[in-house]
Design a protein around this ligand. Structure first.
Ligand code: GLN
Ligand code: ZN
Length: 767
């Protein structure tokens, strides 16, 4: 076995410090640059990454540097590498059967009638991967040598890197059955056909100069996938027997990040592989297992999810504990790939210096790993200074002003703060107060964020547009959104959210306890990145946030104007959240700020208030045992935010997915008067779930898939609505799109809404 480096990371951000990859890829898509230019930029980014990682202290030629680049998504990379693409894209292969970069992008983005692969969230992160489609007809064959060429490229530059590829079990566990597959088909049933392609790939990687390869198998820790952990562990044992048993291969590191491996750990220890990476941030040190003496354990002790510098001594102690298990050796690593964090905190010139000293972005985490590796080699005294410095930063953080704010902490919570009057009473009061027709029509909040809006915002931020002029511009925008909704005949109107760059950042910018970064981009999917805010201190609301805009909008119409807030769980999910207190406590602080905002909206005459929680499902822990307590605090924070609303005030919530069944108990417990959810893409299948579980509050299953520029026809919407009316009592039903309209243009939005109104008119005649 080749020695494994004492310090490594499981993966590195691939978008570039200034989102160079995004720009290069989008320019290629739009035809402004050609394939060669794109490949050149990407090769330049990979070269810069290797150099950077070596400068930060990872070895140039000991496989410490991961080869973890991706043009779009690592799951798509793996699928394309093994040739697992849907039949509708088969004709895109080159003459020699390989799948080139243009085809790769087409599979990711679709083309005309050919739908792209579906996209969904990667474990409990906000990163989205593409869902492979696999059926009995899928023929697995090595169809891309991109990873092999990257290893060669590294060798040519004087590096021996460690190629990273999603492993066979995770690839199949995350796949869905192809369109051609028979009912009940399980992609995992194709494992034995897939494995030989991995054997071939590993042989090629070895020939290219790789001494180690990393197979990412996070599916092995998840209890939230359709296949049980036990079944996945069996599959891993089978697959690794063959892959590990092959003659020509690099040494194998299997990484299983995002939670504890538990019983599956012993399965990996028994497999013919050389090293296992375990997540010791989200997971625990595993129990000793027979056969460990010839395995290398890689302890993921530096948090790959979050941006805090954290407790380095504690990380070192975890490595110590891992060392007690009796493995051949122990190495230090990040808990997950660093793809979830921005590049470099020294790139943030506007951040408060003190805050910076508490933070670690990707590059700082690499340095932390390098320090720990030094400690593993030379013992604790060798790194005493670094450990002390990290502890001092933690101490400083504990005592810094704003981290603990007495006036926030002294707000006592009473049992009654978490609940409102009985639903029946609220329903009656709201019916009387609001006077809405059957099947009330509304939208989810945002209207198209046009080029004009983005330009005006940019000008305002650059100081080229005065605050007065910017606000006047936004008021005109609201005027036209209100006019449009009145003309269309919607019942509950929205102001359109033109003042918000992003539904979380907007609140972060207006609440104390948060700060925003300049360059802290994190890949969300493909070429898209977000810039999460940093929630570092106690949260409070210095002044009302949305009240001015909502009351202005309300003054323009006799219809009800819906106030629009983002809920505590979503604000936490899409920010980098402090790690020095339970999430539940932080959520309640955000909830109290929102509660005050709701009280102010009510006093200003807003009778309908929506609190969006699209991320409620996303934060659901991967382990079943952890789910009840998560659901408890997440639901409680929503109830704390909304619990002060009067009986006649109608509280709406919006959830951005259609997996109603998974979180039905939570949705019920939110006790919102009206819940809107995604339903159009699944052709209203979700109403059957709703009817089955006997949900009795207001519900708005979406009738318009806003992810697509397509305008649904009146007939189509009518049939969706009729299905809903057939299964759910009419008094509960609302009519709305699947989600906000901000990514759509006005033409298709207006046409679609017009069709929704007409379809609703037809269905109302019969109810
Ligand atoms: N109110 C938000 C909007 O309409 C909701 C967005 C979301 O669910 N992601 O844009
Ligand atoms: Zn949504």
């Amino acid at each position: 076995m080749t020695a494994f480096p004492q310090g490594t990371i499981l993966g590195y951000p691939r978008i570039g410090r200034r989102r160079e990859l995004k720009k290069a890829v989008e320019s290629f898509w739009s035809g402004r640059s050609d394939l060669q230019q794109l490949e050149q930029t990407a090769a330049g980014l990979r070269a810069a990454t290797r150099e950077r990682l070596a400068t930060l202290g990872l070895g140039r030629d000991d496989s410490a540097i991961p080869e973890s680049f991706s043009y779009y998504d690592q799951v798509l990379d793996a699928a394309v590498t093994v040739g697992a693409i849907p039949a509708r894209f088969e004709n895109l292969r080159e003459a020699d059967g390989t799948i080139g970069l243009p085809a790769y992008f087409t599979i990711a983005r679709g083309e005309g009638e050919r739908a792209p692969l579906e996209m969904t969230k990667w474990f409990d992160s906000n990163y989205h991967y593409l869902v492979p489609e696999i059926g009995p007809e899928t023929t697995f064959s090595l169809s891309s040598d991109r990873l092999v060429r990257q290893v060669e490229e590294a060798v040519a530059a004087g590096f021996v890197t460690r190629p990273v590829v999603v492993g066979p079990v995770t690839l199949l566990a995350l796949a869905k059955a192809s369109d051609d597959a028979p009912e009940g088909f399980d992609p995992l049933s194709r494992l034995d056909d897939l494995v030989p392609v991995y054997v071939e790939l590993l042989a090629r990687l070895k020939a290219a100069g790789a001494e180690w390869v990393q197979l990412d198998e996070p599916a092995l820790v998840s209890e939230s996938l359709p296949t049980s952990v036990e079944k996945l562990a069996d599959a891993a044992a089978r697959a690794l027997d063959v892959i590990g048993g092959s003659a020509e291969r690099p040494s194998i590191l299997v990484a299983a990040p995002y939670a504890s491996l538990e019983a599956t750990f012993s399965v990996l220890v028994a497999a013919p592989i050389e090293a296992i990476a375990v997540d010791l941030v989200r997971g625990a040190v595993p129990a000793a297992a027979a056969g460990l003496a010839d395995k290398i354990l890689v302890g993921g002790v530096i948090d790959g999810h979050n941006i805090w510098r954290g407790d380095l001594s504690d990380a070192f102690e975890k490595l110590d504990a891992l060392g007690q298990l009796g493995a051949a050796s122990v190495s230090a690593s990040t808990s997950t790939s660093l793809l979830h964090v921005p590049h470099d905190v020294t790139d943030e010139s506007a951040l408060d210096e003190r805050l910076v000293s508490w933070l670690a972005f990707a590059d700082q985490k690499v340095e932390q790993v390098v320090t720990l590796a030094r400690g593993l080699a030379g013992g604790r005294p060798a790194i005493k200074e670094a450990l002390d410095a990290a502890s001092a930063a933690l101490d400083d953080r504990r005592s810094a002003p704003g981290v603990r704010d007495g006036s926030v902490r002294s707000r006592a919570l009473a049992e009654g703060d978490f609940s409102r009057a009985a639903y029946a009473e609220r329903e009656a009061a709201q019916q009387e107060a609001l006077g809405l027709p059957a099947l009330p029509l509304t939208t989810i909040g945002s209207f198209p964020q046009t080029g004009d809006i983005r330009r005006a915002r940019a000008q305002f931020l650059r100081g080229e547009l005065s605050n007065e002029d910017y606000e006047a511009f936004l008021r005109r925008e609201i005027d036209s959104v209100v006019d449009l909704q009145e003309e269309l005949g919607l019942d509950v109107l929205v102001h359109g959210e033109p003042e918000r760059n992003d539904m979380v950042q907007y609140f972060a910018e207006n609440l104390d306890g948060f700060t925003v970064t300049e360059n802290g981009w994190v890949q969300s999917y493909g070429s898209r990145a977000t810039r999460p805010s940093i929630l570092w201190g106690d949260v409070s609301r210095p002044a009302p946030i949305t009240v001015g805009w909502s009351t202005y909008a309300q003054s323009k119409t006799a219809k009800h104007m819906k106030g629009m807030l983002t809920g505590p769980v979503t604000i936490l999910a899409w920010s980098f959240v402090r790690d020095d207190q339970p999430l539940a406590d932080t959520a309640n602080q955000v909830a109290l700020a929102l509660r005050d905002e709701i009280a102010d909206l009510e006093s200003a005459g807003i009778a309908v208030i929506q609190v969006d929680e699209p991320a409620l499902r996303e934060l659901l822990p991967l382990k079943k045992a952890d789910q009840p307590s998560y659901l408890d605090w997440s639901v409680a924070s929503f109830r704390l935010a909304t619990g002060g609303a009067g009986t006649a005030t109608q509280v709406h919530t919006h959830l951005c997915y259609s997996e109603f069944g998974v979180v039905i108990d939570a949705i019920r417990a939110l006790d919102a008067d009206v819940t809107s959810i995604e339903a159009a893409r699944s052709r209203m299948d979700v109403v059957t779930d709703i009817a089955e579980v006997g949900f009795d509050h207001g519900i708005g299953p979406g009738v318009y898939d806003i992810h697509s520029p397509r305008v649904p026809t009146v007939d189509e919407i009518e049939s969706l609505l009729r299905r809903a009316v057939d299964e759910i009592p009419t008094r509960q039903l609302w009519v709305n799109p699947d989600c906000g309209l901000k990514t759509r243009g006005y033409d298709e939005t207006t046409a679609s809404l017009r069709n929704i109104v007409e379809a609703t008119r037809r269905v109302r005649e019969d109810v």
